[in-house]
Design a protein around this ligand. Sequence first.
Ligand code: NAD
Length: 281
Amino acid sequence: MILIDGKKAAAELRAELKEEVAELKSKHNKVPGLTVILIGDLTPSQIYVRNKEKSANEVGLKSEVIKYADSVEEKTVLEKIQELNSDETVSGILVQLPLPKHIDKQKVIEAIDPSKDVDGFHPMNVGNLSSGYESSIPCTPLGCYLLIKKFESNLNGKKAVVVGRSNLNGKPMTQLLLKENCTVTITHSKTKDLKAECLEADIIVAAVGIPELVRGDWVKKDAIVIDVGINKTDKGIVGDVHFEEVSKNAKALTPVPGGVGPMTIACLLKNTIDCFKRSQI
Ligand code: NAD
């Protein structure tokens, strides 16, 4: 079994992006800028945002975090987004989720200019992705896609099973695999026989949020298995795939931690740079 090393792949991607930022700087005399809006004091969100800021600085992006208290009014956030939409030094805007209950997530997502939507959540980007047009692509599925492609460049005709149908992971992942000419099955909590579906797959992407759901005898020999899950358990952080069992069967598998996670942030930087490049055309 080959371990797909997301930490290494993310470091390589960051190194490429760093070079690209340096080139953009010498060509345009400015660098792409990422602005993150963080509302409230949820510890995981604070950690994610700190890591995003650190990685953005590392590759040479201009990075800014705007913080609001939990009690901030929706109107204030929407006005700030409008201001950032028209700020030429801001290439990408990300509003860290989850939001406090009194703020309408969809309104916030739709307020972001689609050309600065580095999370790829705006309906315009969702539609463009599913139509096969250029768009921002949600960072986690983009990271999964790049890991799969790095391991196997030609996915023509492969049978892929995506476990989970969230807007964040499962649905965009399905679109990316379709674009690569895979035959894709999207499965979810109401799927009748998940094991039987997985046993058909050359590629499995598990994005569920249930610790070690995908077992060793669900995976055929030579399958590529991508584990998106991050689940806190008594034995520490585990994925949605039973690593020990599946590693005995699969051709390739991502570990948790050290698999998809590091690629997610690297892809956020990539999306910011791509938004900048599109704005310079
Ligand atoms: P979600 O809760 O929005 O969606 C979960 C999906 O799993 C749903 O579509 C649901 O139908 C499906 N599901 C639930 N029970 C199922 C079952 N028994 N069988 C089959 N499908 C089932 O979750 P999400 O936001 O997509 O996140 C999924 C996991 O990925 C979580 O563990 C989350 O922490 C992790 N995650 C990781 C990263 C990363 O960077 N690695 C990023 C985002 C999310």
